[in-house]
Write a protein that binds this ligand. Structure first.
Ligand SMILES: [Zn+2]
Length: 148
């Protein structure tokens, strides 16, 4: 049984064990620096995933916001095994290759589930707004009736 570490964060240690030297839980890899959450858009490389997330950047000249997209390569250990479409938490570590400086710490869930939850929340908001508008309309008609 290989030794396990908590990688310096209060996150659950993967149930599966692995023999990857570059694993933050079962290997020698230490994490430091920045952490991000993003979605896995590609898992075609060996032990590597492409993680992407979107943001907004303010452009002062035009007083408007522009969409930004960040893509990073992250090490995918066998014990975590993130798949395409997963939302993942990644943390900075030492350079693992020429372009890879991050490691996947946790799979947060399927992106579809995230999207569905978001949609449900927005629908609820819309419904609340529609109900509000209806109420206002009713009140208006009532006041009109009273006036006549
Ligand atoms: Zn591992």
């Amino acid at each position: 049984m290989p030794r396990t570490r908590n990688a310096g964060f209060e996150i659950t240690i993967p149930e599966k064990a692995c023999t990857d030297k570059k694993c933050p839980f079962h290997g020698n890899l230490k994490t430091r620096g920045r952490q991000f959450t993003g979605k896995v858009v590609s898992e075609k490389m060996q032990h590597t995933v492409v993680v992407e997330w979107e943001g907004w950047r303010y452009i002062p000249k035009y007083e408007r916001y522009r969409r930004t997209r960040t893509r990073l390569l992250a090490h995918n250990t066998p014990c975590i095994n993130a798949a395409e479409g997963d939302m993942v938490l990644i943390a900075e570590c030492r350079p693992l290759s020429k372009t890879k400086n991050f490691v996947v710490l946790k799979v947060l869930g399927k992106l579809e589930k995230y999207a569905l939850e978001k949609e449900a929340m927005e629908e609820a908001k819309h419904k609340a707004k529609a109900a509000e508008i209806e109420n206002l309309a009713k009140q208006e008609t009532k006041s009109k009736e009273k006036g006549e």
